[in-house]
Design a protein around this ligand. Sequence first.
Ligand SMILES: C[S@@+](CC[C@H](N)C(=O)[O-])C[C@H]1O[C@@H](n2cnc3c(N)ncnc32)[C@H](O)[C@@H]1O
Length: 222
Amino acid sequence: MRAHHIDRPADLDDVRESYDRVADNYVHMVRTTGMGDIRTHPWLKASVDAFADSVSGRGPVLDVGCGPGTVTGYLAERGLDVSGVDLSPRMIEHARRLYPHCRFSVASATELDLEEASLGGVLGWWSLFNLPRAVLPQVLALFARALVPGGHLITATHVGDEDFRRTEAYGGVPVRWTTHKWRPEQLTGLIEQAGLRPVAELRLPADEHTGPGVVVMAERPA
Ligand SMILES: C[S@@+](CC[C@H](N)C(=O)[O-])C[C@H]1O[C@@H](n2cnc3c(N)ncnc32)[C@H](O)[C@@H]1O
């Protein structure tokens, strides 16, 4: 039995099947438009660079909800010992093809068996918004426990109050998932409750492609 129990989201299978269906279009979008690639967004890239600097030398890094591995591959290029995990087998197929030098596995953030104080860094990069509201705090607590003292979490997510039910995504592909939006202060509150100390926050206004977002970086106190 895992030391850390996390409730299984009731819609986990729907979410997995949905991301399997959109994975090919998602990869095509990243490749052809640069959307979803931090290299095309200076502020997102700066956040990930600051995270990389902060976790360098502290231990392995885990990119949870890594999708096709864009950030995992970037961090590996920067010399970090990084691996990726994602709910969607199709996303992981792409990640393994695109970044064959990185380690990837298929699993839900809610089913990870992470040793206490085993990670220098953990990412939930635009990948935790499908977790039901009651489940996100449990996953954040798992991450907090898995970090070494001085280790860092970085997460990016959609800002708002609503639970937005999506029925299509990435070029009209039918999906069934809910985007649980968070107000920045709610998210940082949950991160603090999980035992981490927020160290930076970046707010992203809505633009022509997407709604507002927030990036939060937090540290496990020494
Ligand atoms: C918008 S994509 C972002 C992917 C990647 N982080 C990136 O920035 O390109 C969201 C990803 O979160 C993954 N995901 C959703 N729920 C998850 C869960 N419970 N556990 C692990 N991954 C999950 C999806 O399969 C999908 O690949």
